[in-house]
Design a protein around this ligand. Structure first.
Ligand code: TMP
Length: 205
């Protein structure tokens, strides 16, 4: 765990696992309880990083995996330096919808850049900056696809391809570590998940 003020939490998991809806519920809870926080997301979080997000996640793009991962690192560096660290220094709770683990899984594992290679880049470029805790949403490929069918395609990774989602799930299994990750069964009712998340958060702050 990094020595720093504040608390940095991330939400990770496959497509349609309900992370963003849970972050919305959590925001309401934190506001009501006067807990000082910010929510953010990746790729993105700053103006520049959001512009990179649009380039990275375009449905039709011909960038190579190396170019994609370097753009993600640039976006993440800008996000860490301009949003995350300043908020942590003000002792805020920082909640990010995705972060470096997504790179380890999507670029490192699924797109075959290599998990260890992605981790090495993260170490060298971003000083291995990681969250203290990560809620890892778990959902079967069958449920991912049935949920995605009800949605409009948002980005190039929202595809209805069983193999792709199986690989994303497998990637998260590989990078899982007991110390930092908290498993969330994303097939459970929304309110039940919300209660589990706030009980964990209350135990950290
Ligand atoms: P989401 O915000 O709807 O979860 O979509 C973001 C997409 O970006 C998702 O498909 C995963 C992908 N992604 C990567 O491939 N690498 C990354 O490092 C991050 C943060 C996201």
């Amino acid at each position: 765990m990094n020595k720093r003020k504040g608390l940095f939490l991330t939400f990770e998991g496959p497509e349609a696992s309900g992370k963003s809806s849970q972050i919305l519920l959590l925001k309401k809870y934190l506001k009501k309880n006067k807990i000082s926080f910010i929510t953010t997301r990746e790729p993105g979080g700053t103006k520049i990083a959001e512009s990179l997000r649009n380039l990275i996640l375009k449905v039709k793009s011909d960038i190579s995996i190396e170019e994609e991962i370097l753009m993600l690192m640039a976006a993440r560096s800008h996000h860490i330096n301009n949003i995350i660290i300043p908020a942590l220094n003000q002792n805020k709770l920082v909640i990010s919808d995705r972060f470096a683990d997504s790179t380890f899984v999507y670029q490192g594992y699924v797109n075959k850049y290599g998990i260890q290679n992605a981790k090495k880049l993260h170490k060298n470029i971003l000083n291995n900056f990681l969250p203290q805790k990560t809620f890892l949403f778990r959902l079967s490929t069958k449920l991912i696809i049935s949920r995605l069918k009800k949605r409009k395609l948002k980005n190039k990774y929202d595809k209805l391809n069983k193999k792709f989602h199986d690989q994303v799930n497998q990637g998260y299994k590989i990078i899982y570590n007991k110390k930092r990750f908290i498993n969330i069964d994303a097939s459970k009712p929304i309110n039940q998940i919300h209660k589990k998340i706030i009980s964990h958060i209350n135990s950290f702050i």
